[in-house]
Design a binder for this molecule. Structure first.
Ligand SMILES: C[S@@+](CC[C@H](N)C(=O)[O-])C[C@H]1O[C@@H](n2cnc3c(N)ncnc32)[C@H](O)[C@@H]1O
Length: 380
């Protein structure tokens, strides 16, 4: 056995109440997997797993064959490991990064001109605070006008979902503009968002393109931010699992002539101003290790909001989406803005998580609901 060699990762699994069945599980594991892939050794009150690579299907077979607590905890321990590469039918756990190591990475990055599209920005690295009049407020009005009253560089994180131009029945607001007009209005508000963002601040925009109009809204918005020299942090795929969405356009069934592509997800595009790194005190980071591990893998499976009727709003996002974005991208005490705040999902979650907030919406009715929602949340 190649025990001790660095090509294995070593994992210790404690045994709650050691028994003879444990040794059987270890023996069976060692029979199931070639030692070159993985092997186990039993010690007094623990087993040590030496893991290099593994056929995961075979691991499931092993658990079926040895239905014991230890077999199950071996399975759970291995299933939890998220860093691996895939080669054929195996997950490669050890040294996979070394295989892909790029020689002279820094030099090559320089040559490629990393984040070239944001070169020459003139964002100033001095930040300020939001004036007290705007702190922890829900304000009714057009965001473009309200945001003009804020100073430059004062907001840590903007999380929002713009009106979609889907023809939804919003209160006091049409949602079926000529696309060019829609983007002109949206970008006038985004210009203000970019201005008020702190240096190192982030803007995360939840977008669901209108697929039937073939307008890739998420690309158009992202492209706009890149033109404005923001840095692309990444894209979150919000999997809603709503499989009951429209199946096919009339006449396109089973024909390559124009298949209708179905989406069960939406996007969250995340951009940063000036720097990918955000200043903040580590003691104000409130994300747990488990949340961090799970959420940086950016396919988030979250059910859509089910209370839209109750709140009488046609396009809310769920609190869990706001919770993840806020905890992953901001510190406790940071200032969170939603310029399309609807019935207050972002601001309610921001308050719950100990952040300061400002929510703006053009519809008085939604602002009243948002205010009530804050009161209700404080009383529960
Ligand atoms: C997709 S909804 C946001 C819903 C919100 N995320 C929630 O969960 O309640 C977009 C909102 O933008 C608002 N809106 C549209 N134009 C606006 C403008 N110019 N300024 C401020 N709000 C606007 C609409 O009234 C609508 O509530």
């Amino acid at each position: 056995m190649a025990e001790g060699k660095k090509e294995y990762i070593e994992i210790s699994i404690p045994l709650e109440a050691p028994s003879t069945a444990d040794q059987k599980a270890v023996d069976l594991f060692n029979e199931y997997f070639p030692a070159n892939d993985a092997f186990m050794r039993r010690e007094d009150n623990k087993v040590i797993l030496f893991l290099k690579q593994l056929n995961f299907g075979k691991l499931e077979e092993f658990v079926q064959a040895h239905r014991s607590d230890l077999a199950l905890s071996i399975y759970e321990t291995i299933a939890k490991i998220r860093s691996y590469n895939i080669k054929g039918s195996k997950r490669i756990y050890a040294n996979y990064a070394a295989e892909r190591k790029v020689k002279q990475r820094k030099l090559k990055e320089q040559k490629r001109d990393k984040i070239y599209y944001a070169r020459g920005h003139n964002f100033i690295p001095e930040n300020t605070e939001v004036p007290a009049d705007f702190e922890n407020k829900i304000i009714c009005g057009n965001s473009e006008e309200i945001l003009r009253q804020l100073p430059d560089n004062c907001v840590d994180l903007i999380f929002t979902s713009p009106p979609y131009n889907f023809g939804l029945e919003y209160h006091q607001q049409d949602d079926d503009h000529y696309w060019q007009d829609y983007f002109d209005r949206l970008f006038a508000i985004f210009d203000q968002c970019i201005r008020v963002l702190k240096f190192g601040g982030r803007i995360a925009v939840n977008v669901q393109p209108l697929f039937s109009d073939y307008i890739p809204t998420h690309h158009i918005i992202s492209n706009y931010f890149m033109q404005k020299k923001l840095l692309w942090k990444g894209e979150i795929l919000w999997e809603k699992n709503n499989y009951n969405c429209k199946y096919t356009a009339w006449g396109s069934w089973k024909s390559p002539s124009s298949p209708y592509l179905k989406y069960t997800w939406e996007f969250v595009e995340v951009f940063c101003k000036g720097s990918l790194k955000k200043a903040g005190d580590k003691k104000n980071a409130d994300i747990t290790a488990e949340e961090f591990k799970e959420w940086v893998t950016v396919k988030w499976s979250i059910a859509p909001e089910r209370r839209m009727k109750e709140f009488d709003h046609p396009a809310m996002f769920p609190e869990e989406l706001a919770r993840r974005v806020i905890k992953l991208f901001s510190f406790k005490g940071d200032f969170i803005l939603d310029p399309f705040n609807g019935v207050g999902t972002t601001t309610v979650v921001a308050e719950e998580l100990g952040r300061k907030y400002l929510g703006i919406d053009i519809a008085a009715k939604y602002c009243e609901r948002a205010k009530q929602r804050h009161l209700d949340a404080r009383n529960t």
